[in-house]
Design a protein around this ligand. Structure first.
Ligand code: ASN
Length: 308
């Protein structure tokens, strides 16, 4: 009985005009981003679906482990380590990378979490945080200006903000002081332009960012959408020196053995780099103005809910 209801829901979702329009907008967004990046000399890589190494993430998210040929694999939570390592081969890369993150089931009602989503992941050899921030602002202005002309935007009656560079910025500690720990939603609700949050402390961030020895904070960033749409992007400069990476892992109380494959590769030497990931479904959600993230995929899987 329950099953029949779920099957009918899937069918209704596939036949919904909103699903059609949001997904055709998503397809155009992907086309435009790819054209932009190819024009800037980036190389597209294919995603890694499963690997012995993946992002630990800073928010709670269970890993999916399985053994293959006697080796332990995980489903990719983000391709951060592969992006860093690919800097040995190429100078500028991007990937439309599927991520699988088991978020707590309470997040099913946030209307912005999916168990399975795609992020556009970018990495640039020898880049600084400032260069990556400039790059993102230019890329988003290019995309917003072009996507505005598309019929899906008028179908949804969406008025996109006119982006002006530079986007406003706030440090993590200022954001917490002004808006409290849950600054993301409040800051995003008040904003009419995308907002950078920079300089996160290592306690709330993944270990792989470079720590600024002057400030003791990470050389990183998040970008928040305006109008209450929340987080868009996270990224920053990476730590590439094995000694500092190990020190950071120990400071965070993480067992070095857990990252032995990654650390062994880093010990052989990799170039410094900076990069970021932008969630494609959340970008489509913002551009369409359709708040419920389920419409951004034909086969959405919300945390804790059934999906195919
Ligand atoms: N994509 C992010 C980055 O490049 C990492 C993440 O998604 N956790 O820093």
């Amino acid at each position: 009985m329950e099953k029949t209801k779920e099957i009918l829901c899937i069918r209704r979702h596939l036949l919904d005009k909103k699903t059609y329009m949001v997904n055709s907008l998503k397809s155009k967004i992907i086309f435009m981003l790819r054209a932009y990046l190819e024009g800037k000399g980036f190389i597209e890589l294919f995603p890694v679906i499963a690997s012995p190494i993946t992002d630990p993430l800073s928010s709670p998210s269970e890993a999916v482990f399985f053994d293959v040929y006697g080796h332990r694999f995980q489903l990719t939570k983000s391709m951060i380590f592969h992006k860093q390592l690919s800097m040995l081969t190429f100078e500028k890369i991007y990937i439309f990378s599927p991520n699988f993150r088991i978020e707590p089931s309470e997040k099913a009602t946030t209307s912005r979490h999916l168990l399975e989503f795609v992020q556009l992941d970018l990495e640039i050899r020898e880049a600084s945080r400032e260069e990556v921030i400039d790059f993102i602002e230019e890329m988003l202005i290019y995309l917003f200006e072009r996507i505005q002309q598309e019929e899906e935007i008028s179908f949804f009656g969406r008025k996109l903000p006119r982006l002006k560079r530079p986007f406003p910025r706030i440090t993590y500690s200022e954001a917490v002081k002004k808006y409290g720990d849950d600054f993301e939603n409040r800051l995003s609700e008040k904003a009419s332009q995308p907002v950078w949050v920079i300089d996160f402390p290592y306690q709330v961030r993944e270990f792989y960012y470079r720590e600024d020895p002057q400030t003791g904070t990470m050389v990183d960033f998040d970008l928040l959408y305006p109008e209450g749409f929340g987080e868009a992007i996270s990224g920053g400069e990476r730590e590439w020196r094995p000694e500092r990476l190990k020190r950071m892992l120990m400071k965070k109380g993480i067992d070095l053995d857990f990252y032995d494959i990654y650390l062994s590769l880093i010990e052989e030497g990799i170039p410094p780099s900076a990069g970021f990931g932008i969630g494609i479904e959340r970008l489509t959600r913002f551009l369409s103005g359709v708040k419920d993230i389920k419409f951004t995929r034909l086969f959405p899987k919300l945390p804790g809910r059934f999906g195919i």
